[in-house]
Design a protein around this ligand. Structure first.
Ligand SMILES: C[S@@+](CC[C@H](N)C(=O)[O-])C[C@H]1O[C@@H](n2cnc3c(N)ncnc32)[C@H](O)[C@@H]1O
Length: 281
């Protein structure tokens, strides 16, 4: 991957505020990336000090994304991916994993963070069938009607909708359930939804609350841990694929990998069923 200089990028793109920490860049820092500023690293370091199991959870979340995309592309024959809240490109990007299984796989990355999208565009300049757009996933109609989305993905055929570690940034007042539903409703039958979501750590509630207070006040972005029981209500009507809604480390785990204790993040893969004969009449 050709690295771009994040400081130079900030000079060329006025919408990048290098004084305000951003979730995308803090996540990049936690994963060991270089697309972050001092303000991001400071928040990231404080959070990791408060919750020592945080970084293991971040790595497990990213590994879940890799396994679920591989499964979709290699085992389920999915060739189209809409990655919502895709983050700063890093090791194991969706298009790399999908195109390894099927070189014809097509991917659209969507993120609200200009560093994430600028870096993705630099990386993707020479990759066929892969695009990146700066957009807010909270407006499904706007995302799904963007020309680059329409030119890259055939929405009349099945796609995989990826919402990995992003819905916890959407408060209840903005109806994450309805957002998920809007993407699923507009996707063809046979499409898949893969998502992961942070959950409360019942053993370290106080530390987790303290960490989140700091994270939210520093970034200005809400962060809501949710119980898996609630998340499963968002999946009504979909066919949940084995092993169900489980912690990301438990989702089709790599054999012989020992997982250290970590903050709980849940992951799931679900399929939009084909209409019943009565519905098609
Ligand atoms: C924690 S990162 C997850 C990255 C990647 N999906 C993964 O799991 O490795 C969350 C990403 O979601 C993006 N994001 C947050 N709210 C968003 C929104 N409303 N629309 C689009 N992207 C959003 C952030 O900018 C960030 O890059």
């Amino acid at each position: 991957m050709d690295p771009i200089d994040v400081a130079e990028l900030a000079l060329s793109l006025p919408e990048i505020d290098s004084n305000r920490p951003s979730p995308a860049r803090i996540y990049d820092f936690w994963l060991g990336g270089s697309q972050n500023f001092a303000v991001d690293r400071q928040v990231g370091q404080r959070a990791a000090a408060e919750m020592p199991t945080l970084q293991a959870a971040i790595r497990a979340n990213r590994a879940f994304l890799g396994r679920v995309v591989h499964h979709l592309a290699a085992d389920l024959g999915v060739t189209q991916f809409l990655d919502l809240g895709s983050g700063v490109p890093t090791v194991g990007n969706v298009h790399e994993i999908a195109q390894q299984a099927n070189p014809a796989a097509r991917v659209v990355y969507v993120d609200i963070d200009p560093v994430a999208i600028a870096h993705a565009r630099a990386l993707l300049a020479k990759v066929d069938g892969v695009e990146a757009i700066l957009a807010d996933l909270r407006d499904p109609d706007a995302v799904l009607t963007r020309p680059l989305v329409r030119e890259t993905l055939d929405l009349s055929a099945p796609i995989a909708i990826l919402m990995n570690a992003v819905l916890h940034f959407i408060p209840d007042t903005e109806h994450p359930d309805a957002i998920v539903r809007a993407y699923v409703d507009q996707a063809a039958p046979g499409s898949y939804l893969a998502l992961s979501h942070a959950a409360p750590d019942l053993d370290h509630r106080r530390e987790q609350d303290k960490m989140l207070d700091d994270y939210q006040s520093s970034t200005g972005v809400p962060f809501i841990n949710r119980d898996p029981d609630l998340i499963s209500t968002w999946l009504t009507g979909l066919e949940i694929q084995p092993p169900g809604l489980v912690t990301v480390a438990e989702w089709q785990p790599e054999p012989d990998i020992e997982n250290p204790p970590m903050l709980r993040t849940y992951g799931v893969l679900a399929r939009k069923p084909n209409p019943s004969p009565a519905e098609t009449e």
